[in-house]
Design a protein around this ligand. Structure first.
Ligand code: AMP
Length: 372
């Protein structure tokens, strides 16, 4: 070619060709080509979740879209914590992260995050009301406790355990789905109360007391009771009604419990109607439990005994995760590799506490998505 024409400087490849757009309800999913056949499976506080076929591994996966996770500080902290923790934690009873991506090619274009996870069959809400035998009930409980123990070993208190964030497969495997409100346990730090969804909210959270790891044991007790009874144990309409429901069902706690309360809450609780303490047999009679197998009545007694240890209003009387795992109802499933799996590194929650401008949250989350 005549003349001194410069070599071309290169050209822009339209990256969008490597992605496919799918409309899932109101949400547009822009995913990598390897993910096809998207089907909506649920939605939560943070966004929409789909199942999809991963052509590369020939398995179906779950993809959660976080839309503009940096839109406000609450979303941003939650998304950042979730991404960090999902990368860090590796346990068979906690949902595993398979991939992480954004369609954006630069921070400027960054809007959405897609989290690719193991796909499970349903969340625990679908199991409530299903007739389960003791093997299945105790195995579900065992796995839940293994997952929680693993989180606690990393100084993470979940605080938001509820049937919708626990997922199961038809083979009875169970995984904890999210870390939304997880935050490092720090005995000197009084964590903000009223963050756990109220039906599963522990009494010490309801009344604004300082709380520790066994706040999660209360939630497990409520969830287990719901599986047994087929209905929510403490369906409080609001924060005060939640306390009423707890005391109506279990009975007003003794004076020891009230000693730890701040004076105004103490006055309310002490002057409130006092309800008699009920036995676990009254609360969970035989009719709620499986019958038919020779050892059913022994296991029913064990299940009731364990419920009584988990549903203690005073956290000082409530059993620990370790004690629950050693309980006869559950320990039949004991496997050291599951109970004592090597803990993840301790989660550094200092970023959660920082006052960070929204623009910086955007960058922090973008950076998390770049490193998988
Ligand atoms: P989330 O936004 O994480 O709270 O999820 C919302 C809902 O989507 C859950 O309550 C589940 O019903 C469903 N879901 C989320 N992730 C999965 C998964 N990995 N497998 C199966 N179902 C899921």
């Amino acid at each position: 070619m005549a003349g001194n024409i410069e070599a071309p400087k290169g050209f822009h490849i339209e990256r969008v060709k490597q992605k496919s757009h799918e409309k899932i309800g109101e949400a547009i999913f822009i995913v990598r080509d390897r993910y096809v056949d998207l089907q909506s499976i649920g939605s939560g506080a943070q966004g929409v979740v789909c199942s999809a076929m991963d052509k590369k591994t020939n398995t179906r996966v779950a993809i959660k879209k976080l839309s503009k996770p940096f839109a406000n500080e609450t979303y941003a902290k939650r998304a950042f914590r979730e991404l960090r923790l999902m990368k860090m934690v590796n346990h068979k009873n906690i949902i595993g992260l398979l991939n992480l991506f954004t369609p954006a090619s630069s921070l400027k274009d960054f809007n959405d995050v897609y989290i690719v996870m193991e796909l499970m069959d349903a969340d625990l809400r679908r199991v409530i009301g299903v007739d389960l035998d003791h093997d299945r009930m105790s195995y579900l409980l065992y796995q839940l406790l293994c997952g929680i123990k693993h989180l606690h070993m990393s100084n993470i208190i979940h605080r938001d355990l509820k049937p919708s964030n626990i997922v199961v497969k038809e083979d009875c495997s169970l995984k904890i789905l999210d870390f939304g409100l997880a935050r490092a346990a720090d005995s000197t730090f009084q964590m903000t109360p009223y963050v756990v969804t109220r039906y599963y909210r522990a009494p010490e959270v309801i009344v604004g007391m300082k709380y520790t790891e066994n706040v999660d044991m209360w939630s497990v007790g409520c969830i287990f009771a719901e599986i047994v009874k087929g209905e929510i144990l403490f369906p409080g309409r609001d924060y005060i009604d939640q306390w009423n429901k707890v005391t109506q069902v279990l009975g007003t706690p003794g004076v020891e419990f009230f000693k730890y309360l701040n004076p105004s809450v103490r006055m309310y609780c002490e002057n409130h109607t006092r309800y008699p303490v009920k036995t676990m047999l009254e609360l969970f009679p035989d009719k709620y439990f499986p019958k038919g197998n020779p050892d059913d009545s022994v296991r029913t007694d064990q299940a009731r005994n364990l419920l009584g240890k988990m549903l203690k209003i005073d956290p000082l009387d409530r059993c620990s995760v370790d004690a629950a795992l050693r309980h006869p109802y559950v320990c039949i499933w004991w496997d050291k590799s599951e109970v004592d799996a090597p803990p993840p590194p301790k989660y550094d929650h200092s970023v959660d506490e920082k006052a960070v401008p929204l623009s910086q949250w955007k960058e922090l989350i973008y950076n998390e998505v770049q490193v998988m």
